[in-house]
Design a protein around this ligand. Sequence first.
Ligand code: KIV
Ligand code: ZN
Length: 513
Amino acid sequence: MSENVIIFDTTLRDGEQSPGASMNTAEKLRIASQLEKLGVGVIEAGFPAASEGDFEAVERIAAKIHGPSIAALCRTTKSDIDRAWNAVKSSPKPRLHTFIATSDIHMAHKLRMNREQVVKAAVEAVRYAGTFTHDIEFSAEDGSRSDRDFLCRIFEAAIEAGATTINLPDTVGYAIPEEFADLVAYLKTHIPNINKAIISVHCHNDLGLATANTLAAIKAGARQAEVTINGIGERAGNTSMEEVVMAINTRIDYMNHVKTNINTSLIYPTSRLVSTISGIMVQPNKAIVGANAFAHEAGIHQDGVLKNPMTYEIMKPETIGLSSNRLILGKHSGRHALNSQLLDMGYNLSEEELNLVFTKFKQLADKKKNLVHEDLESLVTEGILRSSDVFKLEYLHVTSGTTVYPTASVSITINGRSVKCTRDGNGPIDATFNAIEELTRTQSELLRFSVSALTGGTDAQGEVTVRLRENGLIALGRGADPDIIIASAKAYINGLNRLEYLKEHPILTPEVI
Ligand code: KIV
Ligand code: ZN
């Protein structure tokens, strides 16, 4: 019988720690509902003690998403565990995930605790968590750089205290696959009560080895993989869900016939959704979900693929939900067709929300003939998920050309109050940004600006992403429109709104955590 590998998705917790990727509660709920459809076993919804925003998101997700287990992260203190439990308790399958560092370097310099104290803190935390739920995960932070026998000791004690999952993180992305697999095998054979817990692994991608380490660990006996969609996460990111799942599926024989419960045909739509909401673009050559992942440029490859796709394609694009027969809506499509497509995508909109999206849909269909999934996704993200935004674009008129000085007239609402002004600039985008900066009275620094096409075709929507910094806070902004100046204005305003959100929802800094 094939064994199951639990997919534990931490896009909303570790993934959200990607610089600038903060998401509001509506956006997190939308992603959580997609993860449920995708078939993940556990959603780590946040770190409730880190911010009010995290607490609220975990609470809402726990109350609404009933398929997967919902995990809340907490340190080993009682106050953290209480906060995590209060956020997650309405889930039918609540999990408390407590962690403490176990490497000598972290214990000495970060925690300033000795081994005895760390074991005691872990055991007390697991016991206390056990007064709330039986589903308890214990993580040994910086596990891959910890002393093996100390790891065995603390995991044994955590299991004895009630932990049902023990997680081995490669926190700094330092491990090498063979060595990491060997460590998992060591834990399996040297922890006497290991049969009472599931071994989990959690890898970071600093050396580009997160997927390789995760797969090696699964081969050695780990049965939970902690991953994020598109591999987003701090620094070089976390293990990418799509890579692990497709490697298991494609190399099922090599992977000892383990399986996951992931509905692979939802991998591509989920990747797009996370990229649209987080503002983090997927690099074109990213395995599985990058724009070029299934594109064959070389003549010899194209010839082979035409004769038999399996000559050069180890996976079928349809398996991950990349199909050329995509449902297309146009300006003659009615509200009913739009609504049924949105329901299919997981959006159950109220009458009022549907009216708003339908108006935007008609406006877009006037500019672009065929609207596909990505177009609808960006309409809903901009129109509904960010409806609580402080700044909203009302109107934009730009003049520019070879013989005129670029000027932009912009009108925005600030908490519903309309303001407008006209400014010039070096080019139409500079003029637009100057006007927006003036109106919003913000002083962010534009760190990055990039444009790409949302889909193929000359009428494709331009997708702009910006990275902004203000008083040490970093936010990404994203906007899409067939007109790239409008897309740029939307992206800038989206970034400013995210900065506002961060100002209102301060997150504990890593030094405090
Ligand atoms: O990378 C890490 O060590 C973590 C733990 C909190 C699991 O994210
Ligand atoms: Zn991590």
